[in-house]
Ligand binder design. Structure first.
Ligand code: ADP
Ligand code: MG
Length: 664
C-alpha cells in the first residue's frame, strides 16, 4: 500500500490560502482584481476592524450565472486562462483560479452575484471552505462578496494579524494603488468612521493624483513622460528566461520591443522615510520589484540623502512576453525578460526628468510636518540637523496618516518642528503660511478646495513654476552673508538663502565629473609628497580604486611596506585635505565598494573631492565671490541639492512675504 495520497481539496485550499492570503489587504487585493477583471466601473470596498471582522466588495461588473458562481470556488477554476501559452500573454489581473477557494477556506464568505443575462442572481454561503447554503437572490447585476472573520479557523494566523490601524493602513495603501492605476473607475473605500477614499472617473493621471493626494503633493511632483524606448531582441537559440516568448512565429527575425513609461516623480525636497510612497505598475499591475526600485534609487542618488526615499508613481508598459508575472502567488513580483534594459530605461528617464525640472526648495511652510535629519557628511559643517518638513498632502487627517504609514514614532528620526521663519507682527491667530485665508479673493494654490482645472489654468502670478524659479537663480543679487555661512540674496520672486558650502560642493562635483568624463582633470603637483601608511584593508581597497584616483589627477606611488607617496592631487586641495580625502575614500567598506557600479564609484570619488575642496561654512566671503557662487550654481545641472542630497537653497517666496505683511 503506497504512502502517498492526494490531499483533499479543503486542505489544499487552506495551504494555498497561506500563500495567497496573508492579511486582510491580500483579500482586498484579490477581490478588487476580480472586480476589475469583471469590467466593473464602480467598486465599493467596505471594511470593519481593519478588515479582520469584515471586508465587503461590491461591483457592477459582468457578474456570474448560477453555475459559474458554484464553480468559482473550485480550486484552479478560472474563466481567464484556457491554454498553457496564454500564460505568456496575460492581460487580466487574475488567472490562477486560487483566490476565491483560498479565501473561502479561511473565513466565512458570502457571495451574491447576478449576470445581466439572468433574471435572478445567486447567493452562496461558505464557512471554512464548506458550502452552507445556495439560494436564489434578487439583486442588480454585479457581484458582492463579503468576507467575515478572516482566519477564524486558523488561530495561528489570526494571532499574527497586526492592529486594526496597521491592517487598515495596508488596505488603504492598496486601494490607493488601484485607484491610481484605474483612473476611469469610481472607487470607494470606507470603514466604520466613514469614507477613506472616494474617487470618480477622471481624464488624466494628474487629476487622479490630485483627487488622491491633494494639491500640495501635486505641486511637489513633476510629470514624467510619456516616453518610450525600443529594444532590439536578437534571435537566440534558447530564450533567456521563461518570460521571453518562444511560441511566437518569426522568432528567427530580430524583434523590436517597445517599452513605455509615464507617471509622476517628486522633487528632491520631498524625502520620505520609507518606500511606501513608491507606486510601480507594470502593465497596470501593481508590483514590488527590486530592479525597478534599484533604478529609482540610482536615479535619485546624489540628489536626495541616502536613507531617504522619493515619491514615485510609475507606469511601465511593455510587451506581455517581456515580463513573467507568474512567479509569485500574490503576483506582486515579476521577472523581466531584459532586466538591465528596464533598469537603464527607468533610471535614465527619471534622471532626465529631474534634471529638466531643476527643482527648487521653498521654505517648509507648514510647521506641523514630520522632519527628517540629513545624515552628516564628512565635512566640518557646524550644523548637522538641517531639516526639511516632509511634504504633507491635503487629505483628511486620517487618510493622510494611513497613506503615509511611516515608521512608528519610536523608530522615526524626529527633530522637533521648529517654525520656518519668525515673522514678527504676523497675526497670531493666522494659520501657518500657505493656508492664509483667501482675503483678497485670489486663488490660493495649495488649497484643496480649488478645483484642479482652476489650479492649473488660473496660475497665481506671484508663484513661479520650478523652471521659472531656476531662471531667477541666475539673476540673484547677494545682499550679504549670515553667520559667515549662508548667502542671503534677493530675486524678484523672493528672498533666497543659499548654503555656501553645499552650493560650492555641487558646483565642484559637476566640474570634477565633467572633467573626468572628458579626460582633462586639473591636477597639481605637490611640493612635498604626502606619505600615507595604510591599514591592510585600505591597501586592498586601494587596488580597486587606484585607477579612479589616477583619473582624477592623483599620482600615488608605492613607498615601502604598506605605505604610499602622493605626488600629485586634484587641483584646489590643500595637502591636509588630500590626506583626509584619501583616507576617507579608502575607508569605504569593501562590501559596499563591491556593490557600487563604476559610475556610482566615480560619483562617490567626485563627491568626496568636491566636499573637501569646497569653501566651508564660517568663512566670510567678498560680494564678488558670492556673486560668482550664485552664477556658477545657476549653471549646474541640479542646483537644488548637494551630491549628498542636502538642499542648497531655500526660498521665501514673495507671495508668502506679502501675505505675512498682510499686503495680499
Ligand atoms: P482568477 O481570478 O485567478 O480567475 P479567482 O478564484 O479569483 O480566480 O476567481 C475565479 C473566477 O470567478 C474568475 O475567473 C471569474 O470568472 C469569477 N469571478 C470572481 N470574482 C468575480 C467578480 N467580481 N465578478 C465576476 N466574476 C468573478
Ligand atoms: Mg482572481
Amino acid at each position: 500500500m503506497g504512502r502517498i495520497k492526494v490531499l483533499p481539496d479543503q486542505i489544499a485550499n487552506k495551504i494555498a490560502a497561506g500563500e495567497v492570503v496573508e492579511r486582510p489587504a491580500s483579500v482586498v487585493k484579490e477581490l478588487i482584481e476580480n472586480s476589475l477583471d469583471a469590467g466593473a466601473g464602480r467598486i465599493r470596498v467596505e471594511v470593519q476592524n481593519g478588515g479582520k471582522r469584515l471586508i465587503r466588495i461590491s461591483d457592477d461588473g459582468i457578474g456570474m450565472g448560477n453555475d459559474d458562481a458554484l464553480l468559482a470556488f473550485e480550486r484552479h477554476a478560472t474563466s481567464k486562462l484556457r491554454e498553457v501559452h496564454d500564460l505568456l500573454s496575460i492581460s487580466t489581473l487574475g488567472f490562477r483560479g486560487e483566490a476565491l477557494p483560498s479565501i473561502a477556506s479561511v473565513s466565512r464568505l458570502e457571495l451574491e452575484t447576478r449576470s445581466a443575462d439572468d433574471a435572478t442572481g445567486t447567493k452562496i454561503e461558505i464557512a471554512g471552505g464548506r458550502m452552507l447554503t445556495v439560494a436564489e437572490d434578487a439583486r442588480p447585476p454585479g457581484t458582492t462578496i463579503t468576507v467575515r472573520d478572516l482566519f477564524y479557523n486558523v488561530p495561528a494566523r489570526r494571532k499574527f494579524l497586526r492592529t486594526e490601524k496597521t491592517e487598515l493602513a495596508h488596505i488603504a495603501s492598496l486601494v490607493t494603488h488601484y485607484s491610481l492605476a484605474h483612473i476611469d473607475k469610481t472607487i470607494l473605500l470606507a470603514h466604520e468612521k466613514g469614507p477613506l477614499l472616494n474617487v470618480t472617473p477622471v481624464e488624466s493621471l494628474r487629476e487622479r493624483v490630485y483627487q488622491v493626494f491633494g494639491s500640495s503633493t501635486l505641486d511637489d511632483l513633476v510629470e514624467l513622460g510619456p516616453c518610450q524606448r525600443e529594444l532590439q531582441v536578437q534571435p537566440s537559440p534558447a530564450p533567456r528566461t521563461q518570460a521571453v516568448s518562444r511560441h511566437k512565429e518569426g522568432r528567427d527575425q530580430p524583434r523590436q520591443q517597445l517599452f513605455r513609461l509615464h507617471g509622476f516623480i517628486s522633487q528632491p525636497q520631498i524625502q520620505k522615510l520609507n518606500r511606501n510612497s513608491i507606486y510601480v505598475f507594470v502593465n497596470g499591475r501593481l508590483i514590488r520589484d527590486r530592479v525597478v526600485l534599484r533604478a529609482i534609487s540610482s536615479a535619485y542618488h546624489n540628489v536626495i540623502p541616502p536613507g531617504a526615499f522619493p515619491f514615485v508613481l510609475l507606469f511601465i508598459g511593455l510587451p506581455f512576453d517581456e515580463v513573467d508575472v507568474n512567479v509569485h502567488p500574490s503576483k506582486t513580483e515579476v521577472r523581466f525578460g531584459h532586466p538591465s534594459f528596464v533598469f537603464d530605461f527607468v533610471r535614465d528617464q527619471i534622471r532626465e526628468c529631474l534634471i529638466a525640472s531643476k527643482p527648487v526648495s521653498t521654505f517648509p511652510i507648514r510647521a506641523e510636518g514630520s522632519r527628517v535629519a540629513y545624515p552628516q557628511s564628512a565635512t566640518d559643517l557646524s550644523f548637522s540637523e538641517a531639516s526639511l518638513a516632509l511634504n504633507r498632502s491635503d487629505l483628511p487627517e486620517s487618510m493622510e496618516s494611513f497613506l503615509r504609514h511611516e515608521a512608528p514614532p519610536t523608530q522615526r528620526m524626529d527633530f522637533g518642528a521648529a517654525p520656518p521663519l519668525d515673522v514678527s507682527g504676523a497675526q497670531p491667530s493666522a494659520p501657518a503660511f500657505g493656508v492664509v485665508p483667501d482675503r483678497a479673493g485670489l486663488h490660493i494654490l495649495g488649497s484643496p478646495d480649488t478645483p484642479i482645472e482652476q489650479q492649473t489654468h488660473a496660475r497665481d502670478p506671484l508663484v513661479d513654476t520650478p523652471r521659472e524659479s531656476m531662471a531667477q537663480l541666475g539673476q540673484l543679487r547677494p545682499l550679504g552673508q549670515m553667520h559667515d555661512s549662508f548667502i542671503i540674496a534677493s530675486g524678484h520672486d523672493g528672498l533666497w538663502i543659499i548654503d555656501q558650502h553645499v552650493a560650492h560642493e555641487r558646483i565642484l562635483f559637476e566640474k570634477v565629473r565633467r572633467e573626468r568624463a572628458q579626460g582633462r582633470t586639473e591636477s597639481q603637483r605637490l611640493l612635498l609628497s604626502i606619505i600615507i601608511t595604510l591599514r591592510p584593508d585600505q591597501e586592498i581597497t586601494l587596488t580597486r580604486i587606484e585607477e579612479e584616483f589616477r583619473a582624477n589627477g592623483f599620482e600615488l606611488e608605492p613607498f615601502g611596506h604598506r605605505t604610499i607617496a602622493v605626488k600629485a592631487a586634484s587641483a584646489g586641495l590643500s595637502p591636509r585635505q588630500v590626506e583626509t580625502l584619501i583616507g576617507e575614500i579608502l575607508d569605504t567598506p569593501e562590501k559596499e565598494l563591491r556593490e557600487l557600479s563604476l559610475s556610482d564609484l566615480q560619483d562617490r570619488v567626485a563627491a568626496t573631492i568636491a566636499c573637501h575642496a569646497a569653501i566651508k561654512v564660517n568663512m566670510p566671503l567678498e560680494p564678488a565671490k558670492m556673486q560668482w557662487l550664485l552664477d556658477e550654481l545657476a549653471r549646474t545641472e541640479c542646483p537644488m541639492s548637494c551630491p549628498h542630497g542636502r538642499p542648497i537653497a531655500l526660498k521665501y517666496a514673495l507671495k508668502d512675504i506679502l501675505k505675512a505683511f498682510h499686503r495680499i
